[in-house]
Design a protein around this ligand. Structure first.
Ligand code: HEC
Length: 105
């Protein structure tokens, strides 16, 4: 658990700079990620695939965006439907996934 603290801090501090460097990252996705998804996907809480954990994301990316989006919308295990962001529409959820994927390959 302690090990994750510097990573979280580094992400928070670096996010502002790095977001402009990644062409594929969508500001809407990053915003939703930070408000709704980060709480689990930065720490790996409840076994969530962590942002930047290539090994965890590779098999999901292989299954494709439609599959990831479907799981994210319906929920699975510790992943609540829409990641708990009930007001986010499908496009916003997709953008948040694209953001996570862009940081995890
Ligand atoms: C309460 C914690 C939590 C929150 C908040 C959360 N997730 Fe997750 N997420 C998980 C867990 C746990 C898994 C792993 C589920 C499993 O495979 O059993 C997961 C898995 C996923 C996956 C992989 C789906 C697949 O194909 O198996 C995606 C994509 C995802 N989350 C997107 C999101 C997005 C987008 C948000 C924010 C809108 C979000 N999550 C918020 C816990 C969370």
């Amino acid at each position: 658990m302690f090990k994750t603290v510097p990573v979280v801090l580094a992400l928070l501090m670096g996010a502002g700079i790095s977001s402009t460097a990644v062409a594929s990252s969508d500001p809407i996705g990053e915003k939703l990620y930070r408000s709704s998804c980060m709480v689990c996907h930065t720490t790996g809480a409840a076994n969530a695939p962590r942002l930047g954990n290539k090994a965890a994301w590779a098999p999901l990316i292989e299954q494709g965006m439609d599959s990831m989006l479907d799981v994210a919308i319906k929920g699975k295990g510790g992943m609540p439907p829409r990641g708990g962001a009930m007001k986010a529409d499908d496009n916003e959820i997709r953008a948040a996934i694209e953001y996570m994927v862009s940081k995890s390959q």
